[in-house]
Design a protein around this ligand. Structure first.
Ligand code: SAH
Length: 401
């Protein structure tokens, strides 16, 4: 008997509407041998086959839909088609860079699979039981369709635990990649460390926003907080910033930042790098009455889940309020949240509250901001309308009036 799950009548609508996650509470009945990563048939409450999913016994997301076509088997050919479609999409939409998110999980119909391309190196994350189950099939397909030199696994994200999977890193294809893969973005050269860098090595999702900084930075004094390897800092230097002060608590990331500043032959006297806590640094700069013409706030995920929201809102408010009090008239703030649990509406509300608080604290009382633009990730991070959870990166470009 093929392993199967049957959905509850009053809870099935979201899956029928193409939301790829089947929560444990949505399942009325199990049949057959359902194991970790097993492909299961999915039936609606009327016992009609609606598609197939990957089963994940340890997660509240008990299954992730591979397909809503009852006729479509989940096999080698299925993954070949999905991967080819994802790569074709990137060829059409992403130009002039060799740092590209080739596969973005659910948005490409491949839940739990993330593949980032850094020149001839691919870095993969298998974040769901289903993706893990098909790893040996996926890797050769990726190798042959991209012609890459090596494929490296960085399945060391915490979400693996919820799937009952342990952390796994290492080479899957070809030789060990360099710890300094050179990529180009916005005519800037960046060094990516697939082995020990954050996530897969680089925050590809911020490409368009780094471009925006490049375009707006001329003659500005810039503060880049949570700078990682200096993605925004280098964009600001390229754009002609007067001075760029960057802060991150990762010394290793800052070493890469310094190296690539040299590599791009930017004037090193215009850039300073601080291995410090960004909250403390923001406060200290404010106390010292420092002023900036552009401030970037790109913190880590303060709200990993809805349970962390209250604390996260407080943290977002704190850094934004402090930044608002230090930005010059006509100055810009690019502020981000990569917390999936916080949607754009809540983020805007948080920022608007921060601006009120900042104005109240300011003696002059003339602190006023306008939103020039809402910001999001690049086109290689597409978002499904039926899957709001995939829309994790949001930001605002604020101008002090
Ligand atoms: N803007 C970066 C990505 C930022 S990711 C880019 O475009 O590449 C978030 C960064 O925040 C990480 O580099 C992490 O080291 C840093 N970080 C986390 N907590 C911090 C803290 N309290 N103070 C300073 N940096 C912090």
């Amino acid at each position: 008997m093929q392993a199967s799950i049957y959905l509850e009548a009053d809870k099935e609508h979201s899956v029928l509407n193409q939301h790829p996650w089947v929560f444990a509470g949505t399942i009325a009945k199990y049949e057959g041998k359902v194991g970790i990563g097993t492909t299961v048939q999915v039936f609606n409450h009327a016992k009609q086959l609606i598609g197939r999913a990957a089963y994940s016994p340890h997660s509240q997301i008990r299954a992730r839909m591979w397909s809503w076509d009852p006729e479509e088997p989940i096999d080698h050919a299925f993954f070949k088609r999905k991967i080819a479609a994802a790569i074709d999409h990137r060829k059409q939409w992403v130009k002039h860079t060799n740092a590209i998110r080739l596969i973005f999980g659910e948005a490409d119909g491949l839940p739990g699979l993330v593949v980032d391309q850094y020149d001839k190196t691919l870095v993969c994350q298998f974040l769901s039981a289903g993706a893990e189950q098909w790893k040996d099939v996926l890797v050769p397909i990726l190798a042959s369709q991209t012609g890459c030199e090596s494929i490296y696994e960085r399945s060391d994200a915490a979400v693996r635990q919820r799937e009952g999977l342990t952390s796994s890193t290492g080479v899957l294809f070809g030789p060990n990649p360099s710890s300094e893969v050179l990529v180009q973005e916005n005519d800037i050269q960046y060094l990516v460390d697939p082995l020990y860098g954050h996530k897969t090595g680089f925050y590809i999702d911020q490409r368009d926003n780094r471009r925006l900084v490049l375009e707006l930075a001329a003659n500005r004094r810039v503060l880049n907080t949570f700078c990682y390897t200096g993605g925004f800092s280098l964009a600001a230097l390229k754009g002609g910033a007067k001075e760029v002060i960057s802060v991150d608590s990762s010394g290793d990331a800052l070493e890469i930042a310094k190296k690539q500043t040299k590599l791009n032959q930017f004037d090193q006297n215009r850039a300073t790098w601080h291995d410090k806590d960004a909250f403390e640094t923001l406060k200290a700069l404010r106390v010292a009455n420092e002023q900036f013409d552009m401030i970037v706030l790109d913190p880590p995920k303060f709200a990993p889940s809805a349970a962390h929201l209250l604390k996260a809102i407080k943290a977002y408010k704190e850094i934004n309020r402090t930044a608002m009090q230090m930005v010059s008239k006509g100055g810009l703030i690019l502020t981000f949240s990569c917390s999936g649990a916080m949607d754009m509406e809540l983020f805007e509300k948080t920022i608007f509250t921060a601006s009120k608080e900042a104005a109240n604290h300011q003696k002059a009382g003339d602190l006023k901001f306008r939103v020039l633009k809402r910001l999001t990730s690049g086109l290689d991070h597409p978002k499904l309308t039926c899957f709001p959870e995939g829309d994790y990166l949001k930001g605002l470009l604020l101008e002090r009036v």
